[in-house]
Design a binder for this molecule. Structure first.
Ligand code: NDP
Length: 335
């Protein structure tokens, strides 16, 4: 069978943020309707190497597709020529079960994660939110800026990163990509004070965002540190917030931002008010008033990767993009 191979720049050229937000809305709705299958992701931490290796299989019925993402996470790559998340998404077509495509996973992960935060922001942030703080300055900082621009009119953008040079580089990229002035702040507190949109996109193990700094009415997309023993938000931030997740089962196993406050006795499982899919299906109430603090804890789901891969593959077929290779699996018709 012909297999289409799509590299990083091809995926980036085919996948706009607006389209990806729409694809994510559909995928998260399908998940909430029970028409998707995915186990918890497998993560192999490699003690003698500098990273982790994740495997994420998923099946989705609408659009019908299945596949898996295999991805390495090497945090020390940040600031070098290598992405910290690298790998491939294998996309299968559901009629004969043939492998249909192999796609770069760095770009898919970068764009789909921010697009899901875009969905959360549409659903949960105040309509007039536009004072954005981005904590962290890596790949996800770039795509989250794209996503927040796509869903809200931004009045002001501030950033903070542990390494000020990295934050300055991010601000330079934002200026050249969008003509946008991003203010580099000396502390996370200075970046979030008065902000009504906050994206945390760091590999922090311990909190970098304190509840007492968060302005009433703010919406937070908590994206980094997606492990059960790490967190970006302190307990007060979680307690003060109306909490939503991409998938409840994943949050109950993988989200240190929730599990650590729960272990402290500060919250119970009932603190998770729903999945994004529940909000999309009007089965949960998001923001109840303008002063609510809303929080989306993102973990990243295999079905997001599969749905995006299918979308990108369809676009690539239409436009004749990518390298097509016959890998076998089809022996022809026999008399
Ligand atoms: P990058 O490696 O490109 O950037 C990492 C950022 O995290 C840098 O700004 C770095 O800061 C910061 N950072 C690392 N360690 C710490 C720390 N201990 N304290 C404070 N800041 C820290 O990664 P990405 O942008 O690709 O990913 C960011 C985070 O998002 C990661 O944790 C990643 O695992 C997670 N992620 C989550 C996904 C999801 O679906 N929820 C999907 C993909 C990624 P500095 O500039 O100072 O070095």
């Amino acid at each position: 069978m012909p297999v289409r191979i799509l590299n990083q720049s091809e995926v980036e050229s085919l996948l706009t943020m607006d389209d990806c937000i729409h694809v994510m809305e559909e995928a998260l709705t399908t998940l909430a309707e029970g028409d998707a299958i995915q186990p918890l992701r497998s993560i192999l931490r490699m003690p003698n190497l500098k990273g982790a290796f994740g495997v994420m299989p998923g099946v989705i019925e609408r659009p019908a597709a299945f596949g898996l993402k295999a991805i390495s996470v090497y945090p020390a790559n940040h600031g070098t020529e290598y992405d910290s998340h690298q790998g491939a998404v294998l996309l299968f077509e559901p009629v004969h079960g043939s492998l249909a495509a192999i796609l770069d996973a760095s770009s898919i992960t970068a764009i789909r994660t921010a697009a899901v935060s875009g969905v959360a922001t549409i659903l949960l942030a105040r309509r007039d939110a536009g004072d954005l703080a981005i904590l962290g300055s890596g790949v996800q900082a770039d795509t989250h800026l794209d996503a927040m621009r796509a869903v809200r009119d931004l009045r002001r953008v501030r950033t903070w990163s542990r390494n000020t040079h990295h934050a300055t580089d991010f601000a330079k990229r934002a200026r050249s990509r969008h003509g946008l002035a991003v203010e580099v702040m000396p502390t996370a507190q200075a970046a979030v004070t008065g902000a009504d949109l906050i994206c945390t996109v760091t590999g922090a193990k311990d909190p970098i965002l304190a509840g007492e700094w968060i302005m009433p009415g703010a919406h937070i997309n908590a994206v980094g540190s997606s492990m059960r023993d790490a967190r970006e938000l302190d307990t007060a931030a979680v307690v003060r917030s109306r909490l939503f997740v991409d998938r409840r089962e994943s949050a109950l196993h993988e989200a240190g931002d929730f599990l650590i406050p729960r272990a402290e006795g500060a919250v119970t499982d009932a603190h998770i008010l729903g999945e994004l899919g529940d909000l999309l299906l009007n089965r949960a109430t998001g923001r109840e008033g303008p002063a609510d603090i809303t929080l989306f804890k993102s973990l990243g789901l295999a079905i997001e990767d599969v749905a995006v891969a299918r979308h990108v593959c369809t676009m690539a077929q239409e436009r004749g993009v990518g390298l097509v290779l016959d890998l076998g699996g089809q022996r022809g018709t026999h008399p």
